[in-house]
Structure formats: structure tokens, C-alpha cells
Unconditional design. Structure first.
Length: 416
């Protein structure tokens, strides 16, 4: 409440102000118990109303929003993180918002660090507004692979990203502002974004935030009935492009808890404690599934306890709406642990057999070499005729045995 930099707002579940700190009261006029919307610009009112609905429908999820506050010192752009306050019984008590003025950020913090500070996603542009780099989450929002972006002017291509109010991107080339707020629209999908264009030494960095997050949320409708989910064999999860759970069957709940270490409710991200590259591959397969409709199949394995592993065949398929649009990804994990552990058992047995096969070569050749050396030291002329006869058989047999051991060792060496 005493901060000179951060806004603090306390509201009821309808968005009415209950309390706020000094810096917020100094920014806006007449703060009493009115709705926060009374102090917002028209576009920010719509964004706030949508965000409040999302907060109350999914209380465990925080929401970030760029708002324009109206006040006696002019309009202020404020970045606010909203969270729902609940009691131990999960009854909704209110909403808390903590934010920071962009003017402060521009004075104190390099704007290109906004991605780390505020969780914004961005596109890097050169001085001619051609795309250099695109973050994964932006590719998901726009539904285009990086190859489709690279080297193209962001506002003059088939990407469909347009500046609202007929503002030309060329005006930024001669502007003096180090940063510009933009209202953008994806003309191909109709999605709207709040944008922040920041100059930096190599060109520009365009930060994006969806203005209406429900456009990108696939949790509004559940594509399967409980009966349908139960009928699908194995553990099943239905997720969006951010790996947020839309639906899961009972087997999926059990397995996700085993993988993540905690129960995962719908609306939470499907996460894993393991850092296995296979889990990373699964996330990438989900992204490609939603972007291009590509189905895939990979094998996952996880150490359950000492000497015991779990194996799953994981299939990713697109979930289509009645109109044929890709609205979610279905992840199906089929337990093949019996087969996987049997395979591991066979591999261990093969390893032991190989060791048993190679061991005689090392064990026998040493004394045999000594035996051959001793035979070379014996002078057969000092033996009587009968012993000379037996001696003449002994050395060739020893050499034959040595050849057999060497031949077997060469044959087994291919398994090393």
C-alpha cells in the first residue's frame, strides 16, 4: 500500500473498488466505491470486463492486462496482474490487482526487457520492419510457422497483421518516440492485440498481448462428453496450444498426477517434473497438431522407482469442430509398460549372455598362452620315443584350441 511505483487495487467480484493505494488515487480522480471501469478508456473497459469473467470462471489462474487509466494528469498506460482472493473453502471474496505505469518502465528499465519482466511475447524486427525472430507463443496466436514470417515485413505480408485506425507503419520510421502503443488485428482470424513497439539498436521489438483472451482459450466448450472420454482407451487429455487442460478422463487424472507430482485440474497446464527431451517433443507435437493438423506418435518412459520403469505410447491428434476447425489437441497415452519392461529384461539378459560369451576368451587365453610358451621350452629330443609321440600331438592341439578361442572372440566382438 505504501509503494511509490506499484498500483494496488482491491475490488469485489463485480469489479467495484473496495480500496486502493496512494499512487492509484493520485493517478485518477474521485476514487470512492465506483467500478474500476469508470476510470478506464472505452477499449480498456471491454478488456477488463472480459478479464474479470475469465478470473471468476478460473480462480486459480492469474490474468495480465494493459489498461489505460483516465485521470487529471492525462491517460496513463498501466500493466496490471489480477488475481482472485478466496477463502479455504474456495468461496470468491474479491479481486486484487497489482500494476506498474509504463512511464516508470520507460525511465527506469530498458523496454526490451519487458518480455522477462511482464511476461509479454514479442517479434523482433530489423530497421525495415522485416521479421528476424518470433517467439513460439506468438506463432501459436497467429497460426503460422517461423518460415512463413522470416524476412518478411510484418505489416506488408500475408501474415494478416494490421494496425487499426489506418496508421501506417512507415510513420514509425521518422517518429521520435522510443515506443508506441498499437491496436492490432489479425485479419485472417479476427483476433485483436494490444501492441507495444519499442526501438532498439538492431531495429524494433513488437510486444503483443491478446486483447480478448477468450479468443485464444479453448476451454469455453468441452468437445467430448464423459461417456465419449471413457470410451477412449488409455489416459486421455484434451489441451489447447498452451498445454492447458480442457478435459481429461479418470486415467488421465491419475497418470498426470504421477508425471507432475500433483493433481491437475481443468484449466491448469499439463506439466511434467521430468526434463526428458521426450516430454519437450510432446509439447512440440501438440503445437504442430494445432497449427497444421499433424498427428504424431512417440514413446515416453519414466523411472517410477529403483529398477522399475513405466512406458507409454503417446498419440497426439487434432480435435475438430463441426465446421472442421482445429479447436484442441487430444493426447492419448497407452500403457505399454509390460512390453517395455519385458524388452528391458531381454536387453539385460542379452548383455549378460554377451558377457558370458566373451568371458571365456579372456579367461582361457591367458593360461593357454602360458601353456604354449612352456611347450616351446621343452626339448622333445630329451624325451623317449613314446613321450615324443605324445608331445607331437600336444602342441598342435593347443594351437588348434588357441585358434578356436581367437575365432570366437572375433565373432563376439561385433556385439561390443
Amino acid at each position: 500500500m505504501d509503494s511509490n511505483h506499484f498500483f494496488l487495487i482491491l475490488m469485489d467480484v463485480e469489479g467495484n473498488l473496495l480500496d486502493s493505494n496512494k499512487i492509484f488515487k493520485e493517478t485518477v480522480e474521485g476514487v470512492e466505491t465506483a467500478s474500476l471501469s469508470s476510470y478506464l478508456s472505452e477499449s480498456s473497459c471491454s478488456d477488463f470486463a472480459n478479464t474479470l469473467d475469465e478470473l471468476l470462471s478460473c480462480p486459480k489462474q492469474k490474468q495480465h492486462l494493459l489498461l489505460e487509466l483516465k485521470g487529471y494528469r492525462g491517460n496513463s498506460k498501466v500493466w496490471i496482474e489480477f488475481s482472485v482472493i478466496t477463502n479455504l473453502d474456495m468461496d470468491l471474496l474479491g479481486v486484487v490487482g497489482i500494476g506498474i505505469d509504463f512511464q516508470f518502465l520507460k525511465q527506469e528499465i530498458p523496454l526490451e526487457n519487458l518480455s522477462d519482466l511482464l511476461g509479454l511475447s514479442s517479434i523482433l524486427l530489423d530497421k525495415d520492419f522485416c521479421v528476424i525472430e518470433v517467439e513460439d507463443v506468438v506463432r501459436n496466436w497467429l497460426g503460422i510457422e517461423f518460415e512463413d514470417f522470416s524476412g518478411k515485413r510484418i505489416f506488408e505480408s500475408e501474415l494478416g497483421l494490421e494496425i487499426v485506425n489506418n496508421t501506417s507503419w512507415k510513420s514509425f520510421l521518422v517518429g521520435d518516440e522510443s515506443s508506441q502503443f498499437l491496436h492490432l488485428i489479425d485479419s485472417r482470424r479476427g483476433h485483436e492485440f494490444t501492441g507495444l513497439l519499442v526501438r532498439y539498436k538492431k531495429g524494433y521489438q513488437l510486444f503483443l498481448l491478446p486483447k480478448m483472451k477468450e479468443s485464444f482459450s479453448l476451454q469455453t466448450t468441452k468437445p467430448f462428453s464423459e461417456t465419449q472420454l471413457t470410451a477412449i482407451p488409455g489416459s486421455v487429455w484434451v489441451v489447447d496450444s498452451d498445454m492447458k487442460l480442457i478435459q481429461q478422463n479418470n486415467a488421465g487424472k491419475v497418470l498426470s498426477e504421477s508425471w507432475s507430482g500433483s493433481k491437475l485440474l481443468e484449466g491448469a497446464k499439463l506439466q511434467f517434473t521430468s526434463s526428458s527431451s521426450r516430454f519437450s517433443q510432446l509439447k512440440e507435437n501438440v503445437r504442430k497438431c494445432l497449427l497444421k493438423g499433424i498427428s504424431s506418435e512417440i514413446e515416453l518412459n519414466l523411472k517410477l522407482k529403483e529398477g522399475e520403469f513405466g512406458f507409454w505410447k503417446v498419440i497426439v491428434k487434432p480435435v475438430l469442430s463441426p465446421n472442421g476447425d482445429r479447436i484442441a489437441a487430444l493426447i492419448q497415452a497407452i500403457d505399454i509398460s509390460a512390453w517395455g519392461n519385458k524388452l528391458v529384461e531381454i536387453q539385460n539378459e542379452n548383455k549378460m549372455l554377451k558377457e558370458l560369451a566373451l568371458k571365456p576368451s579372456h579367461v582361457l587365453r591367458s593360461p593357454l598362452s602360458s601353456m604354449l610358451g612352456l611347450l616351446d621350452l621343452i626339448d622333445p629330443h630329451q624325451l623317449d620315443i613314446e613321450n615324443q609321440k605324445y608331445f607331437s600331438y600336444l602342441k598342435p592341439l593347443a594351437k588348434e584350441l588357441d585358434d578356436v578361442i581367437r575365432t570366437n572372440a572375433k565373432k563376439m566382438s561385433v556385439f561390443d
